[in-house]
Design a protein around this ligand. Structure first.
Ligand code: G
Ligand code: G
Ligand code: NA
Ligand code: MN
Length: 237
């Protein structure tokens, strides 16, 4: 596969980069953390969208390379900016939590509790978690000072059992729910997800805020945090 072999070379060719998108507190507007999102700039070819090449890497056991690239990029940025930089979140797929090297790599890359407190791990779900050991490793990461977020909740594989099995600090509600806001059934589900998360001591992030109407709705729901093009698009730090 051409795309896959190009991807293997992309890091060495300096074509990969990380963009950041703010997650803001709804009450104060303060940035709670910034999500790191991988980007591939491909000269003389169409820019593949991130979901496509991340999945391609996952299927071909190459996601560890991408993960290490993102971790290194975050470390560089944190070293350059020092203590006043907001915490940074990064996406971790089940494939990555499955490999001990990725988990051990995180513990080694962020080797003090203070450094770990500046990192949020977003558990994303293009595939399902396969074994209990993956949940145990997530628990271990949290016990060692990282914060966890359940990403894209309510869609695909991010099911209710994740709430029981993953000791997360943040619940990120999939953008689909906000897209339907104003529709009574969707709003009821949205509000009950917030109540459920709060009962489990999680803060809620609404994903995909694009309009003022959606933002007004969020202010009425008791949602804690928001992310989306209206508040800030992914871009260089
Ligand atoms: O930013 P964008 O909408 O293009 O991201 C597409 C998808 O790629 C999202 O689901 C996002 O979680 C995922 N993604 C972005 N960066 C990373 C990464 O560094 N690692 C993993 N596993 N997924 C990522
Ligand atoms: O799967 P994950 O939630 O990590 O992916 C987030 C993706 O959604 C990123 O690729 C990001 O670029 C994209 N995104 C962020 N905010 C918005 C938004 O307001 N609208 C849309 N359509 N996409 C968004
Ligand atoms: Na994410
Ligand atoms: Mn998400």
């Amino acid at each position: 596969d051409r795309l896959l072999s190009d991807l293997h070379a992309a890091a060495a060719r300096d074509e990969l980069t990380v963009h950041f998108q703010p997650v803001q507190r709804l009450d104060t507007g303060q940035v709670e953390f910034q999500e790191a999102l991988l980007r591939w700039r491909r000269p003389n070819a169409a820019t593949p969208d991130t979901a496509t090449f991340v999945r391609l890497a996952e299927k071909n056991l190459a996601s560890d390379r991408l993960h290490r690239f993102v971790v290194q990029a975050i470390r560089d940025i944190q070293a350059r900016h020092g203590a006043d930089l907001a915490p940074i979140s990064l996406n971790l797929s089940p494939e990555q939590v499955a490999t001990d090297s990725a988990v051990d790599g995180l513990l080694a890359a962020f080797d003090t509790r203070e450094r770990r407190a500046s990192i949020v791990l977003e558990v994303t779900e293009h595939t399902r978690f396969r074994d209990m050991r993956q949940f145990e490793r997530l628990e271990e990461l949290r016990a060692n000072g990282f914060r966890l977020a359940i990403d894209d909740f309510g869609k695909n594989f991010a099911n209710m059992d994740y709430l029981a099995r993953i000791p997360a600090d943040y619940l990120k509600i999939d953008a689909e729910f906000l897209r339907h806001c104003g529709s009574a059934r969707w709003d009821t589900i949205f509000r009950s997800m917030i109540d459920l998360a709060h009962a489990l001591d999680m803060q809620v992030v609404a994903e995909g805020v694009e309009t003022q109407g959606q933002l007004d709705f969020l202010h009425k729901t008791g949602c804690d945090l928001a992310q989306g093009y209206l508040l800030g698009k992914p871009g260089p730090l």
